[in-house]
Design a protein around this ligand. Structure first.
Ligand code: ADE
Length: 224
């Protein structure tokens, strides 16, 4: 799967994809992540990518031309399944959307800044608008990193133990059960006996009960 992220702050996206699972996915050739500097597509001598809003008001609006130029260039090189705009007024990201996107081949992600982007970019190019939650960040870069992370780990072959993505909280309808590792006794705080019992069906049962309890308490809305 190929991601092309368009941003005015490419430096913000240098590190998030250079570690751990995302780095491994790229090394294996399962995911390609390309970051494009919007300013490279600005067709004016100051390389400006924004302007004052028509009708007045505070803040700058990101202009149509640089986004249009970058998207058109990319579309000349690849076919894209989705052009996603990260925005707090989009549909809220969840595991279902991540699963859906993990089946796509190529996506472009637009990161907004300032007061927003010219509506014509949204009308003419964007196929999907996604928010990562009901709060406002300074720009779409961190949301884009969140989206790429949650999608890439779902692509088959990315996680060494594929079942571990399947048992994630939110992948089913229950949250995860608590987990423990050594030591079995830390300052008198003991790991539940059942996990040391070696009896797998007892352990599976305990995990299910714990997951159910946790979900009832924390996220009853997930239990249909
Ligand atoms: N840009 C700013 N805030 C955002 C949010 N919550 N989700 C997606 N993009 C954003």
């Amino acid at each position: 799967m190929r991601f092309d992220i368009i941003t005015v702050l490419p430096g913000l996206l240098e590190s998030p994809f250079a570690h751990s699972i995302l780095q491994r996915a790229q090394k294996k050739g399962i995911a390609e992540i390309h970051v494009h500097n919007l300013r490279d597509y600005a067709n004016n001598k100051h390389k400006s990518v924004d302007d004052y809003p028509y009708g007045g008001g505070s803040g700058m609006v990101m202009s149509v031309e640089p986004f249009a130029a970058c998207i058109t260039t990319l579309k000349g090189q690849n076919e894209y399944d989705e052009i996603i705009f990260m925005t707090p007024d989009g549909e809220t990201l969840n595991q279902g959307i991540a699963n859906e996107l993990s089946l796509k081949n190529n996506v472009i992600i637009l990161c907004g800044h300032y007061k927003g982007i010219d509506q014509r970019i949204r009308d003419l190019f964007v196929t999907r608008e996604i928010s990562i939650g009901d709060y406002v960040l300074s720009g779409g870069e961190l949301p884009a990193a969140v989206l790429v992370d949650t999608v890439v780990r779902l692509i088959p072959g990315v996680l060494s133990d594929e079942t571990s993505a399947l048992s994630d909280s939110f992948q089913g309808e229950l949250l995860d059960a608590p987990v423990y590792t050594r030591p079995a006794d830390w300052n008198g705080q003991k790991v539940p006996d059942v996990l040391l019992s070696g009896n797998q069906s007892l352990i599976d049962n305990w995990r299910y009960e714990q997951a159910l309890e946790r979900t009832k308490k924390r996220r009853p809305d997930l239990l249909k």
